[in-house]
Write a protein that binds this ligand. Sequence first.
Ligand code: PLP
Length: 403
Amino acid sequence: ASYWSHVPAAPPDSILGIASLYRKDPEKNKLNLSVGAYRDDHGNPTVLRVVRKVEQEPASDHEYIPMAGIPSFCQAAAELILGGKAKSIIEKRVVTVQSLSGTGALRVGAEFLYQFYHPTATTEKPHVYIPRPSWGNHRKVFQSAGLKVAEYRYFDSSTCDVDGKGLIEDLKNIPCHSIIVLHACAHNPTGADPSEELWKQILQVVIQKHHLVFFDSAYQGFASGDLEKDAFAVRMFEQSGIEMLVAQSFAKNMGLYGERVGALSFVCKDSSVVSCVQSQLETIIRSMYSSPPANGARIASRILNDPVLLGEWKQELLEMSGRIQEMRKMLYEELVSRKTPGNWSHITKQIGMFSFTGLNVEQVRYLREKYHIYMTEDGRASMAGLSRETVSMFADGIHDAVV
Ligand code: PLP
């Protein structure tokens, strides 16, 4: 018998499970709104022009890069999210390591927290609080590092917007020094972000309760089209002088999904801790995968460090985010013109790749079976998966499902 005969099958990933149903569907006019990757108006994956351009440059060697990654990439990534003139950067209080995209940044950060975050003398380790709902992988990433995960209220399904009151109450009522995961912008899966006012209140509670913030920034520039605007919350927290962690992904905003380009930054209170934090991060990386991949980070570094390429990238960010916003507007207008029961204003108010439509499981299944439209069963639809041609079909389906 095999050593593994007792191993049960792992439950399928809910999102990838939907994608596999989609692939098996023989219908020609099917529509996949479950994927978390950008598509152009013809439904095709997109390679950014600026990325193609950098790829034409003479190839480098394939030597190992340092454990912490390419220094010019790390520096530029930290400046991108915190701001080039951030006090913490000028005062050399930031440690940044390259990571295997956003997931890898979260995972290495989680490992570090498990090993070194002991804010009080008690034996009970602080829990990690993630929003309810959150990106499906958050819980697993933190749990696999040995941390306990709990949730704070985030979304009000009656308004399809952030439950500001519940959120603040929960952050106030949980133990001091908890680890709080915050989506920097374009919350996944809801597309609903705190207002500036609410961000200020969150910061106040964080300071009062001495919570440790771990920002997850997976959509900078991709949400609003403006890199600065999408970094608002992270920069406001940085300016307050608190310590925090920031995970960055370049999957969506540079379209470098499979290249696994990301960064993990520790914003520290004091530059004296920087070299020890850096050395422990390198130790964690060494035992997990030795050193990160070179290719994607080289591309990102070229773009971030060259003013001309940077300008071209910003233009493409506007194009991608603009197309998504146009899809939101068209879908909203199609539903209003059909007089579809319900208030659909959240579709244009929400931001980023996804819309939390408010459709329930039965309605989502109805759309899949009758219209061959595939979205996750929580009612999340990728706005990037829509096109000018398919938006009316989606509106027809929604209308039929809710009346
Ligand atoms: N965090 C959030 C909120 C996300 O939505 C995603 C991707 O969908 C990620 C992190 C990480 O993605 P990646 O590891 O591809 O950068």
